[in-house]
Design a protein around this ligand. Structure first.
Ligand SMILES: Cc1ncc(COP(=O)(O)O)c(C=O)c1O
Length: 406
């Protein structure tokens, strides 16, 4: 046998992993042994978490738990088949109706994850030769969707409507989708939705908003960033959001016209060729919609915690970003600094995630602090105290070892 010509795939993967390790960018998994409100147990320690996307504190809400248990008792656990075979149960249909009503759209369609919803929707709408214009900071699955569709992906600098216009105008004849996060997942700011909607109307492009981090949190009725911007189905024909963040469950949906939903049912491959979410989960998510709409105090409490954190962080001179959502990142720059800060916080009993490239651009590593209605004022104060002591006595902080990281 001669020398093998083909690269060994595992060796290549291992080399890439070592490269990440050298650059302080290796990701590690942490097992959480128990969760109770904002508290997490990991490695036998009890930590106060500021890294969950359960923004309204619904994941352990008794109404959600009761709904899930009721359907598990009656119907069992698994979805058993794809929606289009025999997996579309009454609980899915009822949840889709509730989501359409909440978001003010004709219909909604469930997907098992947000990643699949974005892949499927972008891939169903676009074809080779079309153009997909996207904010540079959009979530990975929107970008992957454009690639899967084979469309030309044109990105614009973050939140820059004029640059988005130039990208659209560079392909005036092409069918076009402009896709943006509603609330940006790593920055927490809101997209310039009114400007993007006006641009899309002028340019005959379709606007798609991924409101994974806005649904439940923003808007008078909690219906998200699009509602908060005063826009409806006409201006934002494709609205996607997840059930795994403020709604405390798992899964996602796309809402829009009946024509959009019927088309997605035919052509969105991650919808067609996958098992339906467990019906009990759909029942829990419907309970979550009711609670998110009804218990308005959760949004109010979250807003007051956000204001408290921002005021305290400003007083400490911390590198806040211009976010008024539950995502309150502190921009630290290099990966090592972010890891060291996360580790120092962990020594104070706090779990905060260090976010590093490639999740965020080079030189923009950060602590992604998230707040939830399950936090109390004193929890925010505890976080501020720990941040103050770390950033005012940074020289003492140890900078080695793995901690919450992404
Ligand atoms: C903006 C955004 N879109 C989509 C997703 C994917 O959703 P899911 O976790 O349900 O796959 C996420 C994060 O998970 C997200 O932050």
């Amino acid at each position: 046998m001669g020398t093998p010509l083909r690269p060994d795939l595992l060796q290549r993967l291992a080399a890439q992993t070592s490269e990440r390790e050298r650059a302080n960018l290796r990701r590690r998994l942490r097992t959480i042994e128990h969760v109770e409100g904002p508290w997490l147990e990991s490695g036998g320690r009890r930590l106060l978490g500021f890294c969950s996307n359960d923004y309204l504190g619904l994941a352990q809400h008794p109404q959600l738990i009761a709904a899930l248990k009721r359907v598990v008792d009656d119907e069992g656990v698994g979805g058993a088949s794809a929606h289009l075979i025999c997996g579309h149960r009454r609980e899915h249909a009822q949840l889709e109706e509730a989501l359409a009503e909440w978001t003010g759209r004709e219909r909604a369609l469930l997907f098992s994850t947000g990643y699949m919803a974005n892949l499927g929707t972008v891939q169903a709408l676009l074809a080779r030769g079309d153009v997909c214009v996207q904010d540079k900071l959009n979530h990975a699955c929107l970008l992957d969707g454009a690639q899967l569709a084979g469309a030309e992906l044109k990105r614009y600098p973050h939140a820059d409507v004029a640059a988005a216009a130039r990208q659209l105008q560079s392909r005036p004849q092409a069918a076009a989708l402009l896709a943006t996060d509603g609330v940006f997942s790593m920055d927490g700011d809101v997209a310039p939705l009114a400007g993007l909607a006006a641009l899309c109307a002028r340019e005959h492009a379709m606007l798609m908003v991924d409101d994974a981090h806005g649904l439940g949190v923003l808007g008078a009725d909690g219906a998200g960033s699009v509602q908060a911007a005063g826009l409806g189905q006409r201006e934002v024909p494709v609205l996607m959001a997840t059930l795994g963040k403020a709604l405390g469950c798992s899964g996602a949906f796309v809402a829009g016209s009946a024509a959009l939903i019927v088309g997605l049912m035919q052509f969105a491959r991650p919808y067609v060729y996958t098992t339906a979410m467990p019906p009990a989960l759909a029942a829990a998510a419907r309970a979550a919609v009711e609670v998110a709409r009804g218990e308005t105090w959760r949004r109010e409490k979250l807003q007051s915690l956000i204001a408290r954190f921002r005021a305290g962080a400003m007083q400490l001179g911390l590198p806040l970003m211009t976010s008024h959502s539950a995502i309150q990142p502190l921009l630290l720059g290099n990966a090592q600094t972010a890891l060291a800060a996360a580790q120092a916080l962990e020594q104070h009993g706090l779990l905060v995630t260090a976010i590093r490239p490639p999740t965020v651009p080079q030189g923009q590593a950060r602590l992604r602090i998230t707040l939830s209605a399950s936090h109390e004022d004193e929890h925010v104060d505890q976080l501020l105290d720990a941040l103050g002591s770390h950033f005012h006595g940074q020289a003492n902080a140890s900078s080695h070892g793995a901690t919450g990281n992404h």
